[in-house]
Design a protein around this ligand. Sequence first.
Ligand SMILES: *[C@@H]1O[C@H](CO)[C@@H](O)[C@H](O)[C@H]1NC(C)=O
Ligand SMILES: *[C@@H]1O[C@H](CO)[C@@H](O)[C@H](O)[C@H]1NC(C)=O
Ligand SMILES: *[C@@H]1O[C@H](CO)[C@@H](O)[C@H](O)[C@H]1NC(C)=O
Ligand SMILES: *[C@@H]1O[C@H](CO)[C@@H](O)[C@H](O)[C@H]1NC(C)=O
Ligand SMILES: *[C@@H]1O[C@H](CO)[C@@H](O)[C@H](O)[C@H]1NC(C)=O
Length: 406
Amino acid sequence: MVVEKVGSNSMANISGLRGPLWWMQWAKRGWAIAAVGFAVFVFALSVASYYRSSEPESNTANAFHHITTSDLIDLTLLHSAKDRGALCLDGSLPGYHFQKGFGSGAKNWLLFIEGGGWCNTIESCILRKHMHLGSSKHMGRRVHFTGILSPYPDHNPGFFNWNRVRIQYCDGAFIAGHPDNELKNGTELFFRGRLIWEAIMDELLSFGLSKAEQALLSGCSSGGLAALIHCDEFRHLLPKDGLAKSLNKDCVARMEPDRCIFPEEIVKNIKTPVFLVQSAYDFWQIQNTLIPKASDPHSYWQNCRLNIYNCNSTQVEILLGFRGSLLKALNDFEKNKEGGMFISSCFIHCQTLMTEIWNSPKSLRINNKTIAESVGDWYFNRSAAKLIDCPFPCNPTCYNVNFTRG
Ligand SMILES: *[C@@H]1O[C@H](CO)[C@@H](O)[C@H](O)[C@H]1NC(C)=O
Ligand SMILES: *[C@@H]1O[C@H](CO)[C@@H](O)[C@H](O)[C@H]1NC(C)=O
Ligand SMILES: *[C@@H]1O[C@H](CO)[C@@H](O)[C@H](O)[C@H]1NC(C)=O
Ligand SMILES: *[C@@H]1O[C@H](CO)[C@@H](O)[C@H](O)[C@H]1NC(C)=O
Ligand SMILES: *[C@@H]1O[C@H](CO)[C@@H](O)[C@H](O)[C@H]1NC(C)=O
């Protein structure tokens, strides 16, 4: 599997900090991308255990807006997928949730790709077969549409009335896996991400995506990476081949394909305008790539990993260095006239699906702008949208997740 190589390709040199996997940072963050006059992609990340496909968004949304049953969107299984062999890891049908656009948004489309890590060993892929991230048998039948998918204008001013699709991620490899990588020895694991992508696109094209006036492709966490991988072809709707061929051809021509999956490389080659939503203190990255448990046998970092307010001054300095490495890597992107970014300093991960953070009176703001306002400014060409927050703990509007159990 290509993904395995990618995962082990440490990018320690980039930050000089304990070898964080740079591509994971990117894979685990929120972003947005827009294709000129046509597509925007918004990326944000979600970790399986953190944003389950059925419940957690509802909690956030509930706190802010009364949820009605019309907010519950049924899962659609992709029936054409069976004949095309476009199957989840376990061989079940892939699926998505769809809410039709209306009014001025009737011809506009917003696609959001669910995140949830990836699998890079036979064992981890087998485990995944028993989760919603590897099988539609375990997917939430009905989900709430929140944040960037919300149908309420006050929550989601730019996109509330667009056709909105939440694509469920079930191939374990950024919806880019290829059957060539399947094991031929009786281990039942289906690597069909490419086929899933093509089958879903064909179905959405037939529902009206082919006549879209505007479109936005978005994703959270590994869904963000999937959106990056697919964004140029989404824009041109030219699907085909395996992961290496999904990757930008200029990049693949210059270096090993497994390097081309690193978001910093992907971003360089994407022709489609991109908006990145990311926290410089992303808790998933801090917990899994900067200071994974295995690298901290004496648990010196344990309290800090659970709650950023528990970090002592030395640790805060190290996190500041981590932020610095992100900003450095964004240097080139910052010069991109068509790009946008919203780089916060909160202990958070996946910011675009949480209504309270995306756009609410209590929202996170940088220069008094919410993420929704900044993405809107960028997508609708209202104003420049490159916002970088001051370092932790300067922003009082931050929502910092507290993992400490009382
Ligand atoms: C924003 O500007 C670009 C470049 O001028 C243009 O191609 C695009 O259609 C505009 N987008 C919107 C939503 O007006
Ligand atoms: C098939 O090969 C994989 C990878 O080499 C191995 O982990 C797995 O146990 C094998 N399965 C069977 C049924 O032999
Ligand atoms: C912060 O904690 C680390 C790990 O326990 C320790 O090595 C360091 O000396 C502490 N720094 C301060 C300023 O207390
Ligand atoms: C921040 O933005 C809100 C509207 O989004 C506005 O009402 C408020 O006056 C602004 N505050 C500052 C300090 O500009
Ligand atoms: C985090 O949660 C724990 C357990 O509920 C609580 O004791 C602690 O005060 C909280 N910390 C912060 C900074 O809110």
